[in-house]
Design a binder for this molecule. Sequence first.
Ligand code: BGC
Length: 768
Amino acid sequence: MKITRQLLFFSFVFLLFTCKEQKQEPLVINGKDKVYDTEIEDKVNQLLSRMTLEEKIGQMNQYNGFWDLTGPEPKAGAAAKKYEHLRKGYVGSMLNVRGVSEVRKVQKIAVEDSRLGIPLIIGFDVIHGYKTLSPIPLAESASWDLEAIKKSAQMAAEEASAAGINWTFAPMVDISRDARWGRVMEGAGEDTFLGSKIAEARVRGFQGDDLSQFNSIAACAKHLAAYGFAESGRDYNTADIGTSTLHNVVLPPFKAAKDAGVRTVMNSFNELNGIPATADEYLQRDILKGKWNFDGFIVSDWGSITEMIAHGYAKDGSHAAELAVKAGSDMDMESYLYVEELAQLVKEGKVKESLIDDSVRRILRVKYELGLFDDPYKYCNETREKEVIGSEKIHAASLDMAKKSIVLLKNEKNLLPLKKKGQKIALIGALASDKTSPLGSWRIAADDSTAVSVLEGLHQYEGNTITYAKGADVSIGKSQFATEVKINTDDKTGFNEAIQAAKSADVVVMVLGEHGFQSGEGRSRTELGLPGVQQELLEAIHKVNKNIVLVLNNGRPLTISWADENIPAIVEAWQLGTESGHAIAQVLYGDYNPSGKLPMTFPRNVGQVPLYYNYKSTGRPILPAPDVVFWSHYQDQVNSPLYPFGHGLSYTTFKYEDIAVQNNYNTTGKVEVTVTLTNTGKLKGKEVVQLYIRDLYASITRPVKELKGFELVELNPGESKNITFTLTKDELGFFNNQGEFLLEPGDFKIFIGGSSYTTLESEFKIEP
Ligand code: BGC
């Protein structure tokens, strides 16, 4: 039986090659930008013409792995059905099957046992690395270093592809302005311009220049759309945003990913303006596949098709499948509804077979592009797996990215960098010795306790003595992946030991914040302070020693107003991945001069959230007189954030001067803006020079500031550099409520500086 199928498969492959026509010129479809590879299109069409309806629907079906293929074949339950479906060719993709030997097993069934032998595409959440983790995406975004971010994605692809994986569910390109939402850790922060550039860098990193290379994998821009606008920051909650926000804030990073060639897109769990995104025809068919001409495929989010019943949108499973496929969702992740319902829907005439054909064509196209038909086992090389996973090269890249992701929030009296000799250092905090938390919550393939802790990192420097005291546990709550579960603790028994250590220390380094499992999917919070009794610990230590360096570990902005007022040095170190402790130690000791800038605003308290730098002015933005009540403000808190978007210090200092607009938009079609940056400190350092615009009046009101350019510049002490930014209609225009892009004449302000709070400004006009 097996032999006959194998023969069939090989004769099929032979047929494809012999039928291959001479390579033709690429075909331009619809006169738009997509150029198809006609050779692949021919193969896709030939294969499609040989498929039964059930086999076509099978390609649209994705199953989760996790069943024991090494043991006996499962005989009962859902796993048995999945196995049988795999053999029948009713599965197009699997996720969470990983490691060469496991991937080879499922691929072998699909390729050798099914009638047509169509290879599986193997998906996995390679969010910030596979087994060797780089910083969480929010942290990487703090580097504003697009080359480094691209390289990090490249390294992730290198490692994951060596483990048999050829498709990642990344990058998450959701913009979010709400630190309560746990998944802010997975994105690029609050800004659309920065988010779009990072989306592009990540897609290019994962996919490389040639998708058919053995070390590049297909990327997936997710979650279409507005998942990051979940009301009250509660994951999976309803999103209700206006068209201006949709087109100007939410969609551009998806467009940037599409333009960078992303091969897949994932829709989202949330409903948007009353329609679950999975069934949103406007987003998927009209915009993504229509206006943008996206020719890859859309995968649903996990069970999001069936969840439309709970949303109150679909009557039952059959209805949900019908709605999803009509709206353009090509692949069903773990709802089992396409495989169960679509054939019947086609037979009843409720779903046209041409819709199924379109989805299958898209899926097969990506499989051909990956080279899976040429060699379904191209990602299954045991020697490569051994050599690549955890290699020195990948660790070095992870360390490099980790250092670049650190943001120096505050550094009074140059408490940092630490002296390398003769110091007594008290190191305090459970997170300081934690080797799991720095891995974050998206670390399915990484083993517990594989990160370098801060304690280990500091021990690399032998000139000082270190006394470590935990002080208090960090509460991590329940976690799907954590092997160790600590529930909120008010245990202060460790305080005394920590206080004693601090009393006799020259400097206290406190590593406090959230455990890696406190942010991520399903991990929203209503309080954004230091969890558990860590705030009390900080205050208790401060009573006995004021020389504190606070190192924050967190997956989101935290409300740390007390620390900002009382602690002289604060370092934002997020969750930095496998090399975390080394990176933190090198920054604390000044072997690396930090240059990170916040990709999200830090609020003063939760009541200010959502708080973001590119807000709208309102009609009452400014306090008219000291005793006036009726203006846009709070009675109990100022409007400004604790740390603004774009903020971040260095061990050196920079001066900005001579901002000037060089030319006239009306005569040249662009605006060139220059500024001079000087390193006024004593150390070599890097600065992210940021350019913001304000369109003073427009047919759709524009934000008070919008990032429209940035450049990472490295300068020696005393060195100056002239920097030029070029603004074209792409940066100066905006979308109206119909989703049309406009550039309107009018008055603009330009701001350049080291954060969104810069006041160095100039102006220009676009004449009618
Ligand atoms: C998440 C996706 C993820 C998928 C597969 C879902 O719960 O929302 O982002 O890719 O699971 O693991």
